[in-house]
Design a protein around this ligand. Sequence first.
Ligand code: C5P
Length: 214
Amino acid sequence: MRFLITAGPTREAIDPVRYISNRSSGKMGYALAEAALEAGHAVVLISGPVCVAAPAGAEIERVTTAEEMADAVQRRMDTGCDVFVMCAAVADFRPRAVSARKIRKSDGLASIELEPTRDILATVRPPKNRRVIIVGFAAESDELEMNAQKKLREKRCDVICANDITRMDTGFDADENELNLYFRDGKKARLPRDTKLNLARELIKIFMMIAENH
Ligand code: C5P
C-alpha cells in the first residue's frame, strides 16, 4: 500500500521574521510514517517545520505554509496513494497581508487582519477512478465526540482520530497520546494511553482493515 501522511504544524508569515503557528511537534505523524514503513508500506511524508528526525525509508517533502501543504498533498494524491492520513496541525488562519519588511516595534502593530487558510482535508480529492482511505485527526478541547463526528461527516473521512488537548500529558507536543476513533459506518473505538509509536502501529492495522473491507 502507498501511504500519504502529513505531519507537524504550518507557519503563516506576518513579516520576514514573524509567523503564526501552533504547538504541534509532528511526533504523531512521524510515528505513523515509521509504523507504516515497519509494516512494509511505501510512505510519502509531507512535513511542516518540526525537529523530529525523518524515519529512514520515507520519501519526505518539506513545506512551510498551509497553501504549500495543500499543493503538495494534491500533487502526491494525483500521482497515486491508497491511504491518506491528514495528521498535520494546519494553521486555520493566516495574515491577510504579509509585510515585505520587518515590522518595527517602534511603528507599533495594533492588530493583524487574518483570513482562513484552505481546509486541505475538506478540499483535496482523490482521482475519480481510485479508492483512497481518508483519515482525519481532531484535536478537541470540548465536546470531543460531537465535534469529531461533525468533522467525519463534513470532511468525508473514513475515520477520525480524536484526542483531548486539555490533557497536558497526552496529545500536543507530548510523547504519549490517547485516541477516540469514529468510523464512517458509525462504529467507535478507543485506543488507551500509549506511546505515539505504539498507537501508530495499532492505527496502521485498523487502516488496513478498512482497506480490506472495500
Ligand atoms: O477542523 P479541524 O482543524 O479541527 O479539523 C482537523 C482535521 O482537518 C485534521 O485532520 C487536519 O489535518 C485537517 N485540516 C486541514 N486543513 C486545514 C485545517 C485542518 O486539512 N486548514
